[in-house]
Design a protein around this ligand. Structure first.
Ligand code: 5GP
Ligand code: MN
Length: 319
């Protein structure tokens, strides 16, 4: 069996994959996680990390794993292109696919689609998947540690609205099997390099608030990233600073990527503003109602101008 999370894997992509991996191993299956590309260092302490194959480094080995697979799980994504460069491998592979995911508008590529957009994380869905198969007695510290990391990161430490009583019951069970929740939080969030904190400082000084429109945005240019020796994961969560300004209901971050000649965009909102729709319609992306992402081929300045124009229109629509 192969487990594939989305490209640029985040805490939920890796946490749900490793949780499922440790579960399948317990069940006596042979399972391999294949990531489309690398993931942040703050997730690399998780049990099972050393067994994860990276398609960018091990393409021949990965092809071999897929050739021998009888089942492919795709986790934390809803459209095949979200597996990045692995798409040609996944399209050619004939093993049945099982999608487990919580993003809006799932594509119909899988033999079995397990989609629940009310879920705050795919990691929580893996717990319910185990429960539905009557396997909760197999829950152990490794599964729990991985799932807790996914749930914690995708709910922003249990504060996003999709954090439910059930989420807390799931987490209570994870704590009962012995996970070190406080240590997990520290390993993920207190592992900053000094340069990363300097980058946070630059991001905060670049924060602009469009007060009449209840919107805010941050920019980071390639030069600013280079000055702080940017590494994968350094910009994670920065978009939320915009949303932390009183009155702001829509926040964006625009991050220049000169190598790929794109601006990577993250959008967050509070309430009814649907950033999934904004990302789909204007930024070649998608996600959830209150958290989405995408990209732009325009310059950083032109992308910001487009965002400002959208914000003005959005407000006239709401009136
Ligand atoms: P983030 O802003 O943290 O990168 O992503 C927020 C949410 O939007 C995540 O659930 C992520 O999977 C989704 N997302 C981010 N970038 C893209 C994109 O380029 N395309 C699509 N379809 N979804 C994205
Ligand atoms: Mn997720």
């Amino acid at each position: 069996m192969v487990i594939v999370p989305h490209v640029n894997p985040d805490g939920d992509a890796i946490g749900s994959s490793l949780g499922l991996y440790h579960y399948l191993i317990q069940k006596g299956h042979s399972a391999t996680i294949v990531v489309p590309n690398d993931y942040p260092a703050f997730l690399k302490w998780l049990p099972g990390t050393s067994e994860v194959l990276n398609f960018e480094f091990d393409s021949a080995l990965v092809q071999n794993v897929f050739d021998n697979a009888d089942l492919v799980f795709t986790l934390d994504f809803n459209a095949l292109h979200r597996c990045g460069n692995l798409i040609s491998v996944l399209e050619a592979n004939t093993a049945p696919k099982i999608m487990i995911d919580h993003h809006q508008h799932p594509e119909a590529y899988a033999a079995y689609t397990c989609s629940d957009t009310d879920m705050g994380s795919t990691a929580e869905m893996i717990y319910h998947f185990m429960a539905q198969l009557g396997d909760l007695e197999l829950l152990n510290k490794d599964i729990g540690t991985a799932l807790y990391t996914g749930i914690m990161t995708d709910t922003a430490s249990f504060r996003f609205p999709k954090t439910t009583a059930t989420t807390h019951r799931v987490v209570a069970h994870l704590i009962e099997v012995g996970i070190a929740h406080s240590e997990i939080h520290s390993l993920v969030y207190d592992a900053n390099r000094f340069e990363r904190i300097q980058l946070v400082g630059i991001a905060l000084s670049n924060l602009r608030v469009l007060k009449p429109f209840n919107a805010a945005y941050i920019t980071l240019s390639q030069d600013e990233l280079d000055a702080c020796n940017y590494q994968k994961g350094d910009t994670e969560g920065l978009v939320n600073y915009g949303l932390s300004v009183k009155g702001v209901k829509l926040a964006a971050i625009f991050i220049e990527n000169s190598a790929d000649e794109i601006i990577k965009i993250s959008l967050r909102s509070k309430g009814a503003i649907d950033v999934n729709q904004i990302a789909r319609e204007h930024f070649n992306g998608g996600g959830h109602v209150n958290a989405a992402g995408g990209k732009s081929d325009l310059s950083l300045a032109a992308t910001v101008d487009l965002f400002k124009a959208l914000v003005v229109n959005l407000n006239s629509d709401l009136e």
